[in-house]
Design a protein around this ligand. Structure first.
Ligand SMILES: N[C@@H](CCC(=O)N[C@@H](CS)C(=O)NCC(=O)O)C(=O)O
Length: 291
C-alpha cells in the first residue's frame, strides 16, 4: 500500500515537472505592433474574467483602441502574477506598469480630461480597490465558503491527488498573503464590512453620473468595472451582491454601462473561454486579435 502511494506521488511529480517545463519552453506568437495580453484562462470564470487586474488592462486596451491579442496560459509574469504583456518582444509585468508603458508607447491618456484633484481622487479609488478591497475578494475566492463553486471550477479538471495538492498549496499561499497584507487577520464579517465601506465610498463618488467624473470614462472606471465583474458578477451568492443591491446600486449600473460601451462582443469573447482549457494551458491558447 505504501509503495503504491510513493509511486502515485512520484508519477504526479514527474507529470507536474513536465507540465512546468513545457510551460517555460512553449512557443508564443510574435505579432509585431500587436500587444500580447497574457491573462488567466477564461474558462476558470463564469463572467468574462474574475481577475480585476486582467479585466482592467483589457478594458484599457479597448478604451484606447490599441490592437491586442489574448493569450491564456498558466505562465505568469516575471513578477509571478497576471496579467502581463509582450510588445515587440519586450515583456512588461503588472497591469499598472503595462498601462504606463502603453500610454507612452501609443501616446494615449484616458485621464487627459481630468483636473489635478480628479486625478488624485481617481488614483485613490484605483489604489483602494486594487490594494485593499481586492484582498477581501481574494479571501472570498480562495478561503470563504462563498468561493466553493469558484474553486471547484478553477481546479475541477485536475485529477486527484493533484487537485487536492494544488488546492492545499494555493489556499496556504493566499492565507499567508492575506495575513501579511493584514486583511487575513480579521474575521470574515469584518472583512466584508471593510469591502462594503470601500464600495459605498466609490458609490458616493460616482453618484448619479454616467462615469466617475462625468460623461467620459477614465482609468478608475476600468478598475471599478473590473472589480464589480470580479466580485458581484463572478460570485453571485457573495455579500458583494447584497452591498450593491442595498447600498450601491449605481455600481451595478456603471458596470453594465462599461460593458455595453467596450464589450459589444462580450458573448463571443466568452466563447473563447471554452477553448482555453487544460491542453491549451500547456503552451498557451491564443484568442482572436482585437482592434
Ligand atoms: N498589482 C498587480 C496585481 C496582480 C495580481 O494580483 N494578479 C493576481 C490575479 S488577480 C495573480 O496573479 N495572483 C497570483 C498570485 O498572487 O500568485 C497588477 O495590477 O497587475
Amino acid at each position: 500500500m505504501e509503495i503504491a502511494i510513493y509511486i502515485c506521488i512520484a508519477g504526479t511529480s514527474i507529470a507536474f515537472t513536465y507540465f512546468l517545463v513545457r510551460l517555460k519552453t512553449g512557443e508564443r506568437p510574435f505579432n509585431p505592433g500587436t500587444v500580447i495580453l497574457h491573462q488567466i484562462p477564461r474558462d476558470l470564470f463564469t463572467t468574462l474574467s474574475g481577475s480585476p487586474p486582467c479585466l482592467k488592462l483589457e478594458t484599457f486596451l479597448r478604451m484606447t483602441k490599441i490592437r491586442y491579442q489574448n493569450i491564456y496560459s498558466v505562465k505568469t509574469s516575471k513578477k509571478g502574477k497576471y496579467p502581463w504583456i509582450e510588445f515587440n518582444q519586450k515583456e512588461i509585468a503588472d497591469s499598472n506598469f503595462c498601462i504606463r508603458f502603453l500610454q507612452k508607447e501609443f501616446h494615449v491618456d484616458v485621464d487627459a480630461h481630468l483636473g489635478p484633484t480628479e486625478k488624485a481622487i481617481r488614483h485613490s479609488i484605483r489604489t483602494m480597490l486594487e490594494e485593499n478591497t481586492y484582498w477581501a475578494l481574494t479571501y472570498t475566492c480562495w478561503l470563504s465558503d462563498y468561493g466553493k463553486e469558484y474553486r471547484e471550477r478553477a481546479l475541477g479538471r485536475l485529477f486527484q491527488p493533484l487537485k487536492y495538492l494544488v488546492l492545499y498549496r494555493t489556499q496556504k499561499k493566499f492565507k499567508n498573503m492575506l495575513w501579511s497584507h493584514g486583511m487575513g487577520r480579521h474575521t470574515e464579517q469584518e472583512i466584508f464590512e471593510i469591502a462594503e465601506k470601500d464600495l459605498v465610498a466609490v458609490s458616493e463618488i460616482l453618484g448619479p453620473k454616467k462615469f466617475l467624473f462625468g460623461d467620459k470614462p477614465c482609468l478608475a472606471d476600468a478598475s471599478l468595472f473590473a472589480f464589480i465583474v470580479g466580485s458581484a458578477w463572478e460570485h453571485p451568492e457573495s455579500p458583494f451582491v447584497e452591498f450593491i443591491k442595498s447600498k450601491a446600486q449605481n455600481l451595478q449600473e456603471h458596470a453594465l454601462r462599461v460593458k455595453e460601451t467596450y464589450y459589444p462582443d462580450w458573448d463571443e469573447m466568452r466563447a473563447e473561454k471554452a477553448k482555453s482549457c487544460l491542453p491549451y494551458l500547456i503552451s498557451g491558447f491564443s484568442g482572436a486579435v482585437h482592434n
